[in-house]
Write a protein that binds this ligand. Structure first.
Ligand code: ARG
Length: 369
């Protein structure tokens, strides 16, 4: 009987190549798992793609809500920005995907676990660490093990009739509800400005002349209401992405230090993350003492570093979460952001737990200080 392996499958170039490779070179039956964290892909199309590749079984799991409540909300509470810039969209999704793979691996009694990560990126570390936290099965990573480059992969895909869409040929993309990462191609020269067609969430031309406002209400550190409307978690993130993106807000372009020691040029579209973290951090400063503010910055930095490094399941992350949770008790209130032609700025905040005192702060004649 053939051995059974399970693969986290996105339907993109890497994981499609891996399916074929495992079937042909390892003579294995492959079970694919696609975890929907808001990639915006058509689940049926991915299932069809998997079928066409001849997989034994395909699972599709809608984890969008869990992604927001269990991963994105904790990231907002931690004001999580790796190296002050990157909202960790990809880094947050990987442990969730790996946990879902582990669940199905148990059910299907597979003999190995597989992923399509390369040896140069961070995701291999995130998958390996999380898969290892729940299983001792061998981990197969053909792209990494054979050191396949994109060109070789594209040739392989062509030869085996694997379809790849045109944007994927120009850039390497990873996207979910929390952000869209764009790498490769002309972006590999860090001096090159990203071309307009790199962006699909954020408007870069003909931006509205008039500014708009975004009113965000937080309850204990969690955004619950936008522009006066209560919104369920997934819808809330989508709404902010759309509104901020339409005003050109949310592009991040920076040099990032990868876990494996490589510096990379990263371009992101992360409108909701930029707005929600900016607003949350501002509200925290209004309700926290200066000592809390100073210390929490250290905790936040460590949290982002751990998550970036694939250490979601490290006990330290959970311990930091306890502190962060405790520090959210008074993070209730409303923040007003102004969006205009690619800029975002906090223009107002209020909270019943505010430590700001007008009487003390005023420079006017009734100062009580
Ligand atoms: N640099 C980011 C991270 O490591 C994003 C990686 C995105 N991957 C991609 N194939 N474009 O989390």
């Amino acid at each position: 009987m053939k051995q059974k392996s399970i693969l986290a499958f996105s339907g993109g170039l890497d994981t499609s190549v891996v399916v074929k490779y495992m079937q042909d070179m390892h003579d294995m039956d492959v079970i694919t798992v696609t975890v929907d964290v808001g990639q915006g892909d058509d689940d049926n199309k991915i299932a069809k793609k998997a079928k066409k590749l001849g997989v034994k079984k395909h699972y599709n799991i809608d984890a969008k809500k869990e992604f927001v409540t269990e991963y994105i909300f904790p990231a907002i509470k931690a004001n999580a920005l790796y190296q002050k810039k990157y909202c960790l969209a990809t880094a947050l999704a990987r442990p969730l995907i790996a946990h879902k793979v582990l669940e199905i691996a148990k059910k299907e009694k597979v003999s190995s676990l597989a992923h399509g990560c390369s040896g140069k990126g961070n995701d291999q570390v995130r998958f390996d660490n999380t898969l290892r936290s729940g299983s001792n099965l061998p981990i197969i990573a053909p792209i990494r093990d054979m050191n396949l480059d994109r060109e070789t992969e594209l040739k392989f895909a062509n030869k085996h009739g694997i379809e790849i869409d045109s944007v994927a040929k120009k850039f390497s993309i990873d996207q979910n509800l929390w952000g869209r990462a764009i790498e490769g191609g002309v972006l590999e020269n860090p001096y090159n400005e990203p071309p307009d067609d790199a962006f699909i969430w954020i408007k870069t031309k003909n931006l509205p002349e008039k500014p708009t406002y975004l009113k965000i209400k937080f309850n204990k550190g969690i955004p619950v209401e936008i522009d006066g409307k209560k919104m369920p978690p997934v819808k809330l993130i989508e709404y902010v992405n759309k509104k901020a993106g339409s005003h050109g807000v949310g592009i991040v372009d920076h040099i990032e230090d990868r876990v494996v020691g490589i510096k990379s040029r990263e371009v992101y579209e992360t409108p909701a993350a930029i707005c929600l973290i900016e607003a949350h951090a501002d509200l925290e400063k209004m309700v926290h003492t200066k000592h809390e503010t100073k210390f929490k910055t250290l905790v936040d930095d460590e949290w982002a570093w751990l998550v970036y490094s694939g250490l979601w399941d490290d006990p330290l992350r959970k311990e930091l979460d306890k502190f962060i949770e405790q520090a959210q008790k008074r993070v209730t209130g409303t923040v007003r952001l102004k969006l205009h032609k690619g800029n975002v700025r906090v223009v107002g905040r209020e909270s019943k737990y505010s430590l700001y005192s007008h009487d003390i702060a005023t420079y006017g004649k009734d100062s009580t200080f």
